[in-house]
Ligand binder design. Structure first.
Ligand code: NDP
Length: 478
């Protein structure tokens, strides 16, 4: 049977675009549909704008630090409108780059929503039907609000980049990547930040000591972090007669950026699990993300969907329907951009280069862009201890740069080592630029380096990272 294309990709995010380009490079005829902006979550409403906001927020500390080093610099103020304009210009530029990359690879772009009508046919919202030998679903995920009356009054991470003005106060719900990163960013930009996390410590799943240090630093920087606390009720503050001139200013959204924002972004009255009531300019739900698997016609054609809405795939990203594959956040494996890209590349190798390539989901480094950052690779101390006898090398100290300026901020470097194989099972770094450091440490860990390999490496002095190769005695053996 002749198909219109060899591959139809649904979703123009990092994973989908990479898979489309790689497949096209093999000579395959490829089409891609995207119903929003090209670039997906990472480029348009995730990693990229978030990191630019991390940079923006980090300047608050600089004048004080510079003064301690002898500079005559006054404190400045932050202009959200000026920053937002530049931010969106940059996102437009990047979106253009993604489009040009696809065009240049010969991929046909459809700016439309796609739906599968059978195992080989895609129907587009503009009425076009395209038949494809293979279909790749790379539709990503979306932020989820908790099931709470009036939850629609709260913002989600997508909204943060679109606000007309910064709220004066924000309540952030959650203790994961997005909650903690946004708490640090908004705090750095001068917003009064309160954060509720329902568990005993933020950043569940990360190394306990690392989590503790990040939480301490966040509190130290002025974030009002409440652990073991959740939101139980919320309502529009004006409707509760709670709006006052100090706490109630609508953050608003530009109609062109977010046409259907409704009441979202208005001051909100909140009641917490401890009975406390307060009004915040905004509430931000950072309570997790869900796979975008709905309304794609997947179940109708026999694709299996899991309990959380994820598309169930095998090691080669193939679904229960042989012609349909899925990669990235919609499969809810490891929801990180570089992982989606690898899944896209492995898919293309498997299907278009005759080289069956499973995706290696082991030892994936990651970083949480809090201030300070948390960089991690491998097992946490707790996971490693449950697995085998270990040694833990750990140091916490005041880094030279900020200590000189009088700061009490501390950094932490931890190496978890197998007693038997001597292999480094995990590295955890809490420090400025920990994301940069962990990338390099991850190469060694992925290669199977032992603690002695770390020890044989000469230190780069004076740096923070040199501690990774100079810790001689374990702080614990267990
Ligand atoms: P996470 O799953 O990391 O965190 C969700 C948080 O919300 C958890 O603290 C969770 O609590 C809490 N939560 C969930 N439901 C409720 C509820 N009903 N009421 C109160 N709290 C609730 O999701 P994120 O949205 O922060 O991030 C999604 C994913 O995106 C990450 O896992 C990561 O893969 C990726 N990401 C990566 C980044 C990076 O690499 N730097 C940055 C941002 C996102 P509990 O712990 O108790 O379940």
């Amino acid at each position: 049977m002749a198909f219109d294309v060899d591959l139809f990709v649904i979703g123009g995010g990092s994973g989908g675009v990479r898979a489309a380009r790689m497949a096209a490079a093999t000579g395959a005829k490829v089409a891609l549909a995207e119903d929003s902006r090209m670039g997906g979550t990472c480029v348009i409403r995730g990693c990229v704008p978030k990191k630019l906001m991390v940079f923006a927020s980090s300047f608050r500390e600089l004048p004080g630090e510079a003064r301690a080093y002898g500079w005559d610099i006054p404190d400045g103020s932050f202009d959200w409108q000026a920053f937002r304009g530049k931010l969106h210009a940059e996102l437009d530029r990047l979106e253009g780059v993604y489009r040009r990359l696809l065009d240049g690879s010969g991929v046909a772009i459809h700016d439309a929503r796609a739906r599968l009508s059978d195992a080989h046919t895609v129907e587009l919202s503009n009425g076009t039907r395209v038949t494809a030998k293979h279909i790749l679903v790379a539709t990503g995920g979306r932020p989820e609000r908790p099931d709470l009356p009036n939850a629609q009054l709260g913002l989600v991470s997508d909204d943060i980049f679109l606000m007309d003005k910064l709220p004066r106060s924000v309540l952030i719900i959650g203790g994961g990547f997005i909650a903690c990163e946004m708490a640090c960013i908004l705090n750095g930009l001068g917003v009064k930040v309160t954060q509720f996390y329902r568990g005993a410590q933020i950043l569940r799943g990360f190394d306990d000591e690392a989590r503790g240090l990040v939480a301490e630093a966040m509190k130290e920087s002025g974030i009002d972090l409440h652990l073991g606390t959740n939101i139980v009720e919320m309502a529009e503050a004006a409707a509760m007669g709670e709006q006052d001139s100090d706490m109630g200013a609508d953050v608003g959204f530009s109609a062109d950026l977010l046409p259907h924002s409704g009441k979202k972004g208005c001051p909100v009255w909140v009641k917490s699990t401890n009975g406390h009531e307060a009004v915040f300019d905004s509430v931000l739900f950072a309570t997790g993300r869900a796979p975008n698997s709905r309304d794609l016609g997947l179940e109708d054609i026999g694709v299996k969907i899991g309990r959380r809405g994820e598309i169930v795939v095998d090691d080669y990203s193939q679904t229960a329907v042989p012609s349909v594959y899925a990669i990235g956040d919609v499969t809810n494996r490891v929801n990180l951009t570089p992982v989606a890209i690898r899944e896209g590349m492995a898919f293309s190798r498997t299907v278009f280069e005759g080289d069956p390539t499973p995706v290696d989901h082991t030892l994936i480094p990651s970083a949480v862009f809090t201030q300070p950052e948390l960089g991690t690779i491998g097992l946490t101390e707790e996971e490693a201890r449950a697995q085998e006898p270990i040694e833990v090398y750990c140091t916490s100290f005041r880094p030279m740069r900020s200590a000189f300026a009088g700061s009490t901020a501390r950094v932490m470097m931890k190496i978890v080592v197998s007693q038997e194989s001597r292999k480094v099972l995990g590295v955890h770094i809490v420090a400025p630029e920990a994301g940069e450091m962990i990338q390099l440490a991850a190469i060694a860990v992925k290669m199977g380096a032992t603690k002695e390999d770390f020890d044989r490496t000469v230190a780069v002095h004076p740096t923070m990272a040199e501690e990774l190769v100079t810790m001689r005695a374990p702080v614990r053996r267990s």
